[in-house]
Design a protein around this ligand. Structure first.
Ligand code: FAD
Length: 267
């Protein structure tokens, strides 16, 4: 349930003294994923987001649903296998949001060519039947045709491989709809401003503030998930005011060359 109906439901449940199994704070990718898991497993689930869903980092990503290709270079095979399977499942479950994109890695030596070709063949193989397409070695000519702004000077060849690209904020909205369908209560413009504990120090209530009209609500819960991303320390301090900073905010930039990013006139 979402929107005004969800606020009505919240008030009704609070008045009846109902308890949630879990309150999830934060309506970005992490919170929505956690809420989907909880609701589909039959837990009474409440998710609250202080602004629009996916308002923060989750609508500002590079929008790649990748199989973890960069973790391959770090040797984290288990993570690549898991990410490749997740990528494949997302492609199957949400074909309206995910599409196959081809990428080209330029190679500047024979060693580059061999290393990337072998690595990306391994990447294909790890995805098994959920692979998005076979990677292949391409000539210098084809590399320049696909990436015309590359300097040809030291270029020797290229390796083309496939990964997924997705609409991150739209996926978030579809997750909200699915959580609601599964019986979860999902509220945005509802900010967590405090946590209340019992005599044993266990969190039993979450204080919510309706950002639109300043109404406050106290909801009872058996558990809380802090999925507030870069804001996680603020919530952590509601639990433990002396908690040390655990997050250092940084800005990230992803720069990627893809064969499909180019408008037709540049090909
Ligand atoms: C430049 C960049 C590129 C990226 N590219 C990719 C990519 O291509 N593919 C990929 O898979 N990942 C990518 N990522 C990573 C991905 O975007 C993040 O891991 C993900 O969005 C984090 O989601 P989150 O839910 O943890 O945090 P957020 O999206 O920040 O969500 C936290 C939410 O908590 C809410 N909140 C905070 N405090 C409160 C409160 N007191 N009460 C209620 N709500 C509160 C906030 O409003 C916010 O909406 C990229 C990240 C960056 C920075």
């Amino acid at each position: 349930m979402t929107g005004d109906a969800a606020i009505g439901e919240l008030k009704k449940k609070v008045k009846a003294g109902e308890e949630w199994d879990v309150v999830i704070i934060g309506g970005g990718a992490t919170g929505l994923g956690a809420a989907l898991e909880a609701a589909t497993r039959g837990y009474k689930t409440l998710l609250v987001e202080q602004a629009d869903f996916a308002k923060s980092t989750s609508s500002k990503s590079t929008k790649l649903v990748h199989g973890g290709v960069r973790y391959l270079a770090q040797g984290d095979v288990a993570l690549v296998r898991e990410a490749s399977i997740e990528r494949g499942l997302l492609t199957k479950n949400a074909p309206h949001l995910v599409h196959n994109t081809s990428f080209v890695i330029p190679a500047y030596s024979l060693w580059d060519s061999i290393m990337y070709t072998v690595g990306l063949k391994l990447y294909d193989w790890m995805a098994g039947r959920l692979s998005l397409g076979r990677s292949r070695h391409i000539s210098k000519r084809e590399t320049l045709k696909r990436l015309p702004t590359l300097s040809p000077a030291r270029l020797s060849a290229g390796i083309l491989y496939h990964d997924g690209q997705f609409d991150d904020s739209r996926l978030a909205i579809n997750l909200v709809q699915t959580i609601a369908e599964q019986g979860g209560l999902v509220l945005n413009y509802m900010k967590v401003t405090g946590l209340e504990k019992n005599s044993k120090g266990k969190i039993i209530k979450v204080k919510l503030q309706d950002v639109e009209n300043n109404d406050t609500h106290h909801v009872m819960t058996r558990g809380v998930i802090n999925a507030t991303g870069v804001f996680a320390d603020d919530v952590l301090r509601m639990d433990n005011p002396g908690a040390r900073h655990s997050i250092a905010a940084s800005q990230g930039v992803h720069w990627c060359w893809t064969a499909t990013f180019y408008p037709a006139t540049m090909r």
